[in-house]
Design a protein around this ligand. Sequence first.
Ligand SMILES: Nc1ncnc2c1ncn2[C@@H]1O[C@H](COP(=O)(O)OP(=O)(O)OP(=O)(O)O)[C@@H](O)[C@H]1O
Ligand SMILES: CCCC(=O)O
Length: 358
Amino acid sequence: MSTYKILAINPGSTSTKIAVYENETQIMEKTLRHSTEEINKYEKIFDQFEFRKNVIVDAVSEAGIAIEELDAVVGRGGLLKPIKGGTYEVSDELIAGLKEPYLGEHASNLGGIIAKEIADAALAPSFIVDPVVVDEMNDVARISGMPEIPRFSIFHALNQKATARRFANEIGKSYEDINVIVAHMGGGVSVGAHEKGRVIDVNNALDGEGPFSPERAGGLPVGDLAKLCFSGKYTHAQIKKLLKGEGGIVAYLGTNDARDVEKMIAEGDEKAKLIYEAMAYQVAKEIGSCATVLKGKVDAIILTGGIAYSEMITTWIKERVSFIADVKIYAGEDEMSALAQGALRVLREEEKPQRYEA
Ligand SMILES: Nc1ncnc2c1ncn2[C@@H]1O[C@H](COP(=O)(O)OP(=O)(O)OP(=O)(O)O)[C@@H](O)[C@H]1O
Ligand SMILES: CCCC(=O)O
């Protein structure tokens, strides 16, 4: 069997995570932190391209790996036009889409651009895998109730699909043969109904749907939200912040760290307990609604993301959803390995690379 050396790049708002794999084995991993001072020098995310690329190249060569040794470079994809899941070869069209992102600025827009630049130097292919704009929803799920505002999917596609594949693997089936509900609980929360390899419905985790999360408000009573918007008390930018960044747990309790909330509960804080339990309640309700989407045919419910480490949260959710299917907990997220595996499936010709069309 051939051995492939793959560099994976995952740009976040204040850091860039990189890892090198030889087939499935990780041979180096590093989180390159970027100070606010450095990041603030650049007006737009794309302006950080040269700086982030250089620190990645330096870190790889400091680890004793020559760029020319790489067989592929894979980056986290950005806010492109909605696309179906899978591994995409980075083409000129895809680069253009990341430079002028359809759905706005996001650090992950840099993933594919940097991957291509480094891969070109190594004379190797470059890819993105399951970006947050993966949209495989059924047409019936796109209807919101207001024609001007269709529903579409923005979610933790990379980790959701990786955990669903991991579960399929564990039971000796393929992802395309199972139905699962995956609840990713991190800074944002997304709950997806996976039907035979397609996420046919999911809450838009970036923009006002689904359960609230440590720093996002989630779905709200819309009439009252409309009143708040026209109250004259807030600018559009302030409202956006209340919904995303300063919403959810942080709005009620002043922290976005679930571990702080658990300390507050341990010290007898009843409000903290009510809010924390409400988040678990909303995730459970969303899982229940995905079970109806899958017409009750659910092989498993998967809880993942940083908050899935919490026994308190997973116990509350299990109490409400175990009647639907077994609950599996894959705490944390392994996006780096999910990126490398997406590239590996294409290099091994197990999957055809997709082409992005603008
Ligand atoms: N052991 C733990 N117990 C409870 N909560 C935890 C634990 N470890 C991490 N968390 C919580 O997980 C959350 C962060 O999760 P994660 O790292 O998946 O988010 P992120 O990557 O920043 O955002 P996103 O997943 O939306 O992209 C934080 O609220 C953190 O407090
Ligand atoms: C919506 C998934 C990505 C994020 O939370 O930023």
